[in-house]
Design a protein around this ligand. Structure first.
Ligand SMILES: [Zn+2]
Length: 138
C-alpha cells in the first residue's frame, strides 16, 4: 500500500480556513445536523477509495465518521487540483439508505466537475457507507 495516504477524520472537528472552505461551512450549516435530519441514525461511516485517471490510479483511502452532532452534509470534495466545482455527493445515497433503513451500501461515483482542463473521467470514488440506526420510528 505504499504511496497511499490514509486519512481519518471527524467531520464535526474539521476546521476550514480559506474562502472555499467558508462556503462549504455555510453549506454544511444549511444541510442541518444529522440528529435533526435523520433522528433515527446513531452513526455513519463513509469509506472511500479515490481514483484518478492515469497509471497510478489509487489516490487516497479515506474514512469519514459522521456522528449525530455532525452536519448532514455528504458532498465530498474532489482531490484533483484544479477541480473547483466538482465532488462526489453521497447525500442522495445516504438519504435513501436512511429511508429504507439500509445498513450497508457500496457503489461508485464519478466527479461532477466540469473544468475545461480536466477530462470528464478525471476522478471517481468507490464508496462503502455503513449506517447505524436506533429504535426510534422514522
Ligand atoms: Zn473533480
Amino acid at each position: 500500500m505504499g504511496g497511499i495516504l490514509f486519512l481519518e477524520e471527524n467531520m464535526a472537528q474539521r476546521q476550514n480556513y480559506n474562502a472555499k472552505m467558508d462556503l462549504k461551512k455555510q453549506q454544511q450549516v444549511a444541510a442541518g445536523l444529522v440528529s435533526d435530519r435523520f433522528p433515527q441514525v446513531t452513526g455513519i461511516v463513509i469509506q472511500m477509495t479515490y481514483y484518478r485517471k492515469g497509471s497510478n490510479p489509487v489516490l487516497m483511502l479515506r474514512t469519514v465518521n459522521v456522528f449525530p452532532t455532525g452536519y448532514a452534509y455528504f458532498n465530498m470534495d474532489c482531490m484533483i487540483s484544479g477541480c473547483t466545482d466538482g465532488g462526489f455527493d453521497l447525500t442522495p445515497v445516504i438519504a435513501e439508505m436512511v429511508k429504507k433503513r439500509q445498513r450497508l451500501r457500496k457503489g461508485t461515483l464519478v466527479c461532477s466537475g466540469k473544468n475545461a482542463d480536466l477530462a470528464s473521467d478525471h476522478a471517481n470514488i468507490a464508496y462503502e457507507v455503513t449506517i447505524k440506526f436506533n429504535n426510534k420510528k422514522p
